[in-house]
Design a binder for this molecule. Structure first.
Ligand code: ATP
Length: 241
């Protein structure tokens, strides 16, 4: 496996509480990897460790062969957090331009990337509006555009389609597939939506800070004798008790 992300014996404690406990995970370059698990199981915490915005209590994270923390990796990672970090008094375009300007990009490339990212999330016609006038779904879409505006190798998306209507959700997923297929991007997605998990090449089930099971959707269904991922999820939870 051409490993893009390697997580070894990762622990994270907040005070005396262990939020992640001995997590081991290898994510290949060019795969869509899903993290699924109940609310509070540790998905966001894990994702923050991979982005490098929070540090482990123990264990290591290597991204593209570099041990975290490593500032040079910022250019290689696009991160969409669960809550939108946008400037409400700026327009959508000004937000995109601001975040894009944090990266090393020529002016012509920057313009092209902003147009591409806005089109991808179907916000081109709304870019002149202030973000304070955006709906919740529009803010999510702008956050997604910002995550990929600098053309990173790795996209880390924390519940990217929450608040987005089914049609646009489908079109975002087909674009994620295309980014993987034609541009070799590695994409990590957290989701509660089983039909999104089904679209991932591999998934890991996170529960109480640990990885309960990992594999392709097909492998997991076979292991747990389930016909769908909902069944896998329920069975894996019961087995863990
Ligand atoms: N900064 C923090 N300080 C203390 N506890 C925290 C902190 N961040 C997260 N936690 C705790 O860590 C646990 C895991 O939270 P996390 O946000 O990673 O879960 P999650 O699986 O992403 O949940 P959801 O699906 O609801 O987003 C929770 O019990 C949460 O309360």
């Amino acid at each position: 496996m051409n490993t893009s992300i390697s997580i070894n014996n990762l622990n994270k404690n907040y005070g005396k509480t262990a939020v992640l406990d001995r997590v081991n995970l290898q994510i290949a370059g060019g795969e869509i990897f899903g993290l699924i698990g109940p609310s509070g199981s540790g998905k966001t915490t894990l994702v923050k460790m991979i982005v490098g915005i929070d540090s482990p209590s123990a264990g290591t994270v290597d991204v593209l062969g570099k041990r975290l923390p490593n500032l040079t990796l910022l250019q290689d990672i696009g991160y969409m957090a669960q809550s939108d970090a946008l400037y409400p008094e700026l327009t959508g375009k000004e937000n995109l331009r601001f975040f894009a300007s944090l990266y090393n990009m020529k002016k012509s490339k920057l313009k092209e990337r902003i147009a591409y990212a806005a089109d991808l999330v179907q916000l081109t016609g709304e870019l002149g509006k202030k973000v304070s006038a955006y709906s919740g779904g529009m803010k999510r879409r702008l956050s997604l555009a910002i995550a990929l505006v600098h053309d990173p190798h790795i996209l880390i998306l924390d519940e990217p389609t929450v608040g987005i209507d089914p049609e646009l959700r489908l079109s975002i997923w087909s674009e994620l597939m295309l980014l993987k297929r034609e541009h070799g991007k590695t994409i990590i997605v957290t989701t509660h939506v089983m039909d999104e998990a089904e679209k991932c090449d591999r998934i890991a089930m996170v529960r109480e800070g640990g990885i309960l099971a990992a594999g392709t959707p097909g492998e997991l269904k076979a292991t747990y004798g389930a016909t769908d991922l909902e069944g896998v999820f329920l069975q894996a939870g019961r087995d863990a008790r």
